[in-house]
Design a protein around this ligand. Structure first.
Ligand code: GAR
Length: 209
């Protein structure tokens, strides 16, 4: 069974969805550890309650990004993960860190990439007046929010949507597609090859409307 390490910065609802999928027997992975860059991340308590080793490494205690990323990598490597799962981890990672985990580092982003990389995606989608919005799971590359796409879910934007309403509908989809992506990896049905996503035959082709 594959080992995964989950990185969080806050609430941890995507992490919870992964734990729930594992507990339901739908995700054959060992969740070796959860690591947060913030001591007050609510998700750390949730992980501990679930019996998962939880660590925090305060990025503010380090002189710079590379130093923090080095400490983070050391902690991660202690668990020898097959896959590192960014679940609301709100730190930009250095190129060295990203390259170290090439092909085994994935992220979930609350937009249909390549639209709306960065922050405040739901607010920006409403301001732009797009009719379809959503979320994306992708392999992480040094270009922020631009890695090869593994799976996406699309959500219609309704006329009277507020940012909170849209965020909530998309979060429901995040909780569906992230366990799916990790399951593919766990079952050796997903890999990164020459910078492109390869999904085993017979799987969904990446769309999850
Ligand atoms: C999620 O919506 C995730 O897509 C987003 O942060 C939220 C974390 O929620 N991630 C990013 O914006 C990364 N660029 P959670 O802590 O409840 O999983």
């Amino acid at each position: 069974m594959k080992n995964i390490v989950i990185l969080i910065s806050g609430r941890g609802s995507n992490m919870e969805a992964l734990i729930a999928a594992r507990d339901a027997g739908n995700l054959p992975v060992n969740i070796a550890a959860v690591i947060s860059n913030r001591p007050d991340a609510k998700g750390l308590e949730t992980a501990q309650r679930a019996g998962i080793e939880a660590h925090f490494i305060d990025h503010k205690a380090f002189a710079g990004r590379e130093a923090f990323d080095g400490a983070l990598a050391e902690c991660i490597d202690g668990f020898a993960p097959d896959l590192v799962v960014l679940a609301g981890f709100m730190r930009i990672l250095s190129e060295g860190f990203v390259r170290r985990y090439e092909g085994r580092l994935i992220n979930i982003h609350p937009s249909l990439l390549p639209s709306f990389p960065g922050l405040h995606t739901h607010q920006r989608a409403l301001e732009e007046g797009v009719r379809i919005h959503g979320c994306t799971v992708h392999f992480v590359t040094p270009a922020l929010d631009h890695g090869p796409v593994i799976i996406q879910a699309a959500v219609p934007v309704l006329d009277d949507d507020t940012e909170a309403m849209l965020a909530a509908r998309i979060l429901t989809q995040e909780h569906r597609i992230y366990p799916q992506a990790v399951r593919w990896f766990a079952e050796d049905k997903l890999r990164l090859e020459n910078g492109r996503v390869r999904l085993a035959a017979g799987q969904n082709d990446g769309a999850a409307l």
